[in-house]
Design a protein around this ligand. Structure first.
Ligand SMILES: Cc1cc2nc3c(=O)[nH]c(=O)nc-3n(C[C@H](O)[C@H](O)[C@H](O)COP(=O)(O)O)c2cc1C
Length: 204
């Protein structure tokens, strides 16, 4: 499954990385073409290295520790991090990291989806709300989408005979990714909703 994911991740419209979090140094096993567009690093420059090489002076230690705890627990997590492109330009990276349980039960492979959100958010960031988004909430919101992605890879693409059928499967993957992305970009609203008292506007 991992091989298939890697084969088709090239077509994904978002920046996707795959990391084994239990291997010493947490090396990146795979980065797709979009990684190059986002960071200026060729995937070959990232593979075998810990993606922390994208971090720098302004990256918060707190976020690093938060991610480490998630990896120890085998949990999904989402954080905003300052990262740096190859030419030194900083960007705000909204990063979703999810363990690939469907594919590899008992292993420690994570898929990462990177979003450069600098344009909409600038560099000011506060992970208080994102840190509250639980593993269960992330999985609840994206597991269906991941299942569609895996099903499409496993079944549709294997059976696809014509270029049109392949195109159709890739379109489905693209649409599914858009849904994941919508969730990523609005993730902090999820923890806000927990605190929202629907009766409060009526009280005034
Ligand atoms: C799938 C995946 C993708 C990641 N992508 C990034 C990334 O784009 N930028 C970044 O700064 N850290 C990224 N990280 C986190 C770092 O690689 C690193 O694990 C984190 O800073 C914790 O530090 P440590 O591995 O040295 O304990 C990613 C981790 C995983 C599992």
């Amino acid at each position: 499954m991992l091989e298939k994911l890697i084969k088709f991740a090239e077509y994904f419209p978002y920046c996707v990385t795959i990391v084994d979090v239990k291997q010493t140094g947490r090396p990146c096993l795979y980065a797709n073409k979009k990684f190059f567009e986002n960071t200026g690093y060729h995937p070959q420059e990232a593979i075998g290295r810990n993606l922390a090489f994208l971090q720098g002076e302004a990256t918060q230690e707190e976020s690093r520790n938060f991610m480490r705890k998630a990896f120890r627990d085998g949990a999904a997590c989402i954080q905003d991090l300052i990262n740096y492109k190859k030419d030194g330009t900083p960007f705000l990276n909204r990063l979703l990291m999810v363990p690939l349980e469907q594919a590899n039960r008992g292993t420690h492979i994570y898929i990462g989806i990177q979003n450069d959100v600098t344009e909409s958010r600038g560099f000011e960031h506060d992970n208080t709300l994102l840190s509250k988004v639980t593993d269960g909430e992330i999985k609840h919101h994206i597991n269906n989408a991941l299942t569609i992605i895996f099903f499409t890879l496993e079944s549709n693409l294997r059976k696809a005979k014509s270029p049109e059928e392949i195109q159709h499967s890739i379109l489905l993957l693209t649409q599914t990714f858009s849904r994941i992305n919508e969730f990523i970009l609005n993730a902090e609203n999820i923890s806000e909703l927990d605190n929202f008292d629907p009766s409060s506007p009526m009280k005034n």
